[in-house]
Design a protein around this ligand. Structure first.
Ligand SMILES: NC(=O)c1ccc[n+]([C@@H]2O[C@H](COP(=O)([O-])OP(=O)(O)OC[C@H]3O[C@@H](n4cnc5c(N)ncnc54)[C@H](OP(=O)(O)O)[C@@H]3O)[C@@H](O)[C@H]2O)c1
Length: 271
């Protein structure tokens, strides 16, 4: 059966426990689905409880383990602490931490003020810092290697026009990821994934807004324009989710401290 993105990969992580943040939509949800399909018990997170409930139903469709939800705001230290506590309460430990977050606002440098920078830092960097700190004792305690995967953006490899906050602040997550890959090893492996455009609600909203502005004649035309990579198409979120699940599994046991670009080859950098 041809099943490029929708089949179980048999990654030997069945029965493990994962927290995936910002997973009521998009890349976080796709990562949670990929893990749940492998039999991992998963905690989903987002701020909006209705959206979270819909996501739970969606993930449960493919899950063979448990799926629970933990509403909370990644910019609040108490909420990130509660996400780890809930995972331990439900499943006894944390074997896999996958961090995603909302995207910072787009804009050029002169469009931003101090608050924009601090807010982006709090959302993207401090959430990853706090989650790693709280999860570390649990990730370390397991019989198998614990894993952290940070979802960031290809903007850490190549500055993208009108995305100064993403281009700049996300570098802090990569510095953290690389440092933890040394300090937390060998008990914990830490990696990052760097997405280019994937068809999530964030991208759908941006393309639809561009169609309304008259930039494109149709949604499909806008999507083609956003794709802009050698594979000439936009990514399916499950293609990223599958990579996150692989990086969380013993099948990638010697992969540590790396950042995998998932962008159809759009990024021009050689490394
Ligand atoms: N999609 C792409 O093509 C692409 C490419 C490069 C980078 N990225 C980056 O990847 C990340 C995920 O993007 P996406 O496309 O998956 O976005 P998305 O579909 O809009 O999903 C964002 C998720 O984050 C949650 N969220 C936002 N702010 C939050 C907060 N403060 N606390 C807790 N949850 C929060 C949202 O739920 P609530 O709103 O209910 O909280 C939602 O579940 C973003 O940082 C984005 O910039 C995406």
């Amino acid at each position: 059966m041809l099943c490029p993105v929708g089949c179980r990969m048999d990654l030997e992580i069945e029965g493990n426990a994962a927290l995936v943040t910002a997973s009521s939509s998009g890349l976080g949800k796709a990562s949670a689905k990929a893990l749940a399909r492998e039999g991992v018990d998963v905690v989903l997170n987002g701020r909006d409880e209705d959206r979270l409930a819909d996501a739970r139903a969606d993930v449960e469709d493919v899950a063979t383990g448990e799926v629970v939800t933990q509403p909370g705001d990644l910019t609040e230290a108490d909420d990130t602490e509660a996400m780890i506590e809930r995972t331990v309460e439900e499943f006894g430990t944390v074997d896999h931490l996958v961090t995603s977050a909302g995207g910072p606002p787009s804009g050029a440098f002169l469009d931003t003020d101090d608050d924009d920078w601090y807010e982006a830092y709090n959302l993207l960097v401090m959430s990853a810092v706090r989650l790693a700190r709280e999860a570390q004792p649990h990730l370390e305690a397991g019989e198998e290697t614990g894993t952290i995967v940070n979802i960031t953006s290809r903007s850490v490899k190549e500055a993208i026009d009108d995305l100064v906050l993403s281009n700049s602040v996300r570098m802090g997550v990569i510095g953290l990821e690389k440092t933890l890959s040394k300090e937390f090893a060998p008990e914990i492996r830490t990696n990052a994934v760097l997405p280019g455009p994937h068809e999530t609600s964030r991208i759908q909203d941006l393309v639809e807004a561009a169609v309304e502005r008259g930039d494109y004649d149709s949604y499909e035309q806008g999507l083609d324009d956003w794709a802009g990579n050698p594979l000439e198409r936009i990514g399916d979120p499950m293609e990223l989710g599958n990579t996150v699940a692989y990086l969380s599994s013993p099948k990638s046991g010697f992969v540590n401290g790396t950042a995998v670009t998932i962008d159809g080859g759009a990024t021009g950098a050689n490394l």
